[in-house]
Design a protein around this ligand. Structure first.
Ligand code: PSU
Ligand code: MN
Length: 305
């Protein structure tokens, strides 16, 4: 790869040199997932949690057409406040690099950049998936294709039920992506600890998860692993309430004729509006919990190699 496309922060460079564990973080959640200043505070706190748990955080974004692996505080602030940040998935990377623009990386794009940087573990809130009515719209997140082919393990709290979770599980199965329940048998659904679906396997410790990841890649099986870590009990939302909110958001999106990359941000925005911000607290709590587990998994992976 042309090295001029990619820039590492000093801290991430040092961690690489010393062979310390590194955890990738996405930036769509900062620029398009949460309001200011909660997005900025959460981005900082999540990085700190990763450090406290023995790994170096590497928040990833495109700034001035460069892939940045690890961001300075002023760069986080820029992503948290600027309106000039494009939501960047796999498709958008060449355009942003060619035109020196700014992009907040989705799960798919963050996985690509993490893999380029040799980072194996990535922490986020929720992954994209197969949308409800995808049979008609063909709206399937590029995150799922990326999980099929890029060797990065993704720690999340499942996926929001704005998606069709059953079809999302089928898609991942077809593509050989294991979905691990971290200390759970049930697929979590972001705001809730439960969904009507089971995970493929339950594992109970970071080292068990690291062992599965290592086995997958040692076998030469390309692609990611999903580690689904339920939201902490005390922050979980009431299932009937949040499902009702999702239904309302979906019908508004349909009425407004939203499509393409705008679908997910529109739905997330509506959910936020309809829950009057109570969903934000849950969102922050689950990302922090994922950061703790992700850092521990990354640390275990490093000692195994
Ligand atoms: N789901 C969430 N919060 C998010 C996203 C998804 O609960 O912030 C973001 C992630 O960056 C994810 C992207 O990769 O949306 C998926 O977008 P799309 O469905 O357009 O692929
Ligand atoms: Mn889509």
């Amino acid at each position: 790869m042309n090295p001029s496309y990619i820039t590492f922060s000093e801290r991430v460079l040092a961690a690489r040199k010393e062979g310390r564990p590194i955890v990738a973080l996405e930036s769509t959640i900062i620029s398009h997932g949460m309001p200011y200043p909660e997005n900025m505070n959460t981005a900082r706190e999540v990085e700190e949690i990763i450090r406290q748990n023995g790994a170096e955080p590497a928040t990833i974004a495109i700034i001035n057409g460069k892939i940045k692996i690890g961001l300075a505080d002023n760069e986080l602030e820029f992503l948290a406040t600027s309106k000039e940040i494009m939501k960047a998935s796999r498709r958008d990377l060449p355009y942003l690099l060619a035109t020196n623009k700014h992009g907040a990386t989705t799960v798919a794009a963050t996985m690509i950049c993490a893999a380029m940087a040799g980072i194996q573990v990535f922490v986020t809130g929720g992954i994209g998936g197969v949308h409800r009515e995808a049979v008609v719209t063909m709206d399937i997140s590029a995150d799922l294709q990326e999980l099929a082919k890029t060797n990065v393990a993704v720690v999340c709290a499942g996926a929001k039920s704005i998606l069709d979770l059953g079809l999302t599980m089928e898609y991942l199965e077809t593509n050989g992506v294991p979905v691990i329940g971290y200390q759970t048998d049930v697929l979590p659904a972001f705001y809730t600890r439960r969904s009507p679906f089971t995970v493929n396997y339950r594992l109970n410790t970071p080292d068990e998860v690291a062992s599965l990841i290592q086995a997958k890649w040692n076998l030469g099986l390309e692609g990611g692993v999903v580690i689904a870590n339920p939201i902490p009990e005390e922050f979980a939302m009431e299932e009937a309430f949040i499902n009702n909110v999702m239904d309302m958001a979906l019908s508004e999106a349909k009425k407004a004729g939203i499509n393409g990359k705008e679908v997910t941000p529109f739905l997330l925005g509506k959910v936020k509006e309809l829950t009057k911000g109570t969903s934000l607290e849950a969102n922050i709590a689950l990302v922090k919990h994922n950061a703790e587990i992700g850092a521990k998994i990354a640390a275990c992976l490093t000692t195994r190699i």
